[in-house]
Design a protein around this ligand. Structure first.
Ligand code: FDA
Length: 320
């Protein structure tokens, strides 16, 4: 990233955390419809029906799909209960439609901000329903202050449910030790570089060093024949892993965010690599959108063009 882009990216990541600004965007009736139009490249829509429609559309094209009802840092018990219920209905709807999707979520969306017990009870209820419906769950990874709690809740649930997986951020220095530990569990590991702005010293910024480490982490999972999701849009990393033959294992899938590098994911799918698209829906799309622009600032141009132009067909858009 250029210097200006990097400053822009850091600034966006901090405004993403600004609750007042978020409420302002979402509650201003002139701004909301304009912004949601630009957000639609990355978000299926506001409702579960729109999310499932997008899943079906991708299935018909031969992709596997993860689906998230967007939200995080929920602080009231009632909102956590509503979020858990929404995920449960989503799991049932996917199961009833014979869609073997993965349901992805933040533990802070379903109770971790209140207590570990609230989060665990909700997680367990979702895991049971998911097991019944033959659906996989995937826990996302949040800011580093929450890493210990998330890993500990994951390890606890994974003792009883192998259909729950965990996301690990390769950019955190601690993650090498965490990965060795996670390899002892049975759930899928999703490797991501890391989306959050962290303090100096505890993380490795985007660099060749980080890319090498990503490849090393993938190798460790492959050596252990561990179910793995390679969640990156980094073409160089993916080509390197493909050349090593790592992406062809039945245990390995490549997963990308909906609307980001669809051209690259399609070419991997055409090469018989399992390709998965991460679809999101919900009214809390603001934070998600800001993250997508922060991690790749040229998306601001795409966002503005999407607002102005009529065509937002994600498949036709080649970002890069
Ligand atoms: P990197 O950021 O280095 O980008 C490499 C190249 O990919 C860029 O040069 C550009 O060409 C392209 N690219 C990347 N992002 C783009 C974008 N938004 N728009 C257009 N092009 C883009 N993070 C986290 O902290 N916790 C989590 O739980 C998750 N979960 C998650 C699930 C899945 C399925 C994915 C794909 C990603 C996440 N992430 C995440 C986000 C992740 O940490 C990371 O921020 C993004 O994937 C971007 O990093 P890349 O690996 O793509 O590399």
């Amino acid at each position: 990233m250029l210097n200006e882009e990097s400053r822009f990216s850091k600034a966006l990541k901090s405004i993403a955390r600004d609750q007042e600004l978020k409420a302002y965007f979402q509650n201003t009736k002139e701004l909301f419809p304009i912004f949601i139009k630009g957000a639609k490249r990355f978000v299926a829509g506001e409702t579960r029906t729109e999310g499932i429609e997008r899943v079906i559309n991708l299935y018909n094209k031969g992709y596997q799909v993860s689906l998230e009802f967007i939200g995080e840092n929920t602080t009231s018990e009632e909102e956590c209960r509503l979020a858990k219920n929404e995920f449960k209905e989503l799991i049932k709807d996917l199961g009833n439609n014979q869609l073997k999707a993965t349901v992805s979520f933040d533990l802070s969306h379903i109770g971790m901000m209140i207590s570990d017990e609230v989060a665990f009870t909700n997680l367990e209820e979702l895991a049971k329903e998911a097991q019944k419906q033959n659906i996989q769950l995937m826990i996302s990874m949040e800011e580093s202050q929450k890493t210990d709690k998330i890993l500990s809740l994951y390890k606890r649930i994974s003792k009883s449910f192998s259909n729950v997986g965990i996301t690990l951020q390769v950019h955190l220095k601690r993650s090498f030790i965490d990965l060795n530990d996670l390899l002892k569990t049975s759930g899928r590991i999703r490797l991501v570089k890391g989306a959050y702005q962290e303090s100096e010293g505890i993380y490795i910024p985007r660099s060749e060093e980080l890319n090498k480490r990503y490849i090393e982490f993938v190798s460790m999972c492959i050596d252990n024949n561990h179910p793995l999701s390679v969640a990156t849009h980094d073409e160089n990393i993916l080509m390197d892993l493909k050349a090593k033959g790592f992406l062809y294992s039945p245990n390995v899938e490549v997963e990308m965010l909906d609307g980001v590098r669809p051209d690259l994911l399609r070419s991997l799918k055409e090469d018989n690599i399992q390709a998965k698209v991460y679809v999101t829906y919900g009214s809390e799309w603001y934070l998600y959108l800001v993250h997508r622009i922060a991690e790749y600032p040229p998306n601001i141009y795409t966002f503005i063009s999407d607002i102005i132009e009529q065509n937002t067909d994600r498949e036709k858009i080649h970002i890069k």
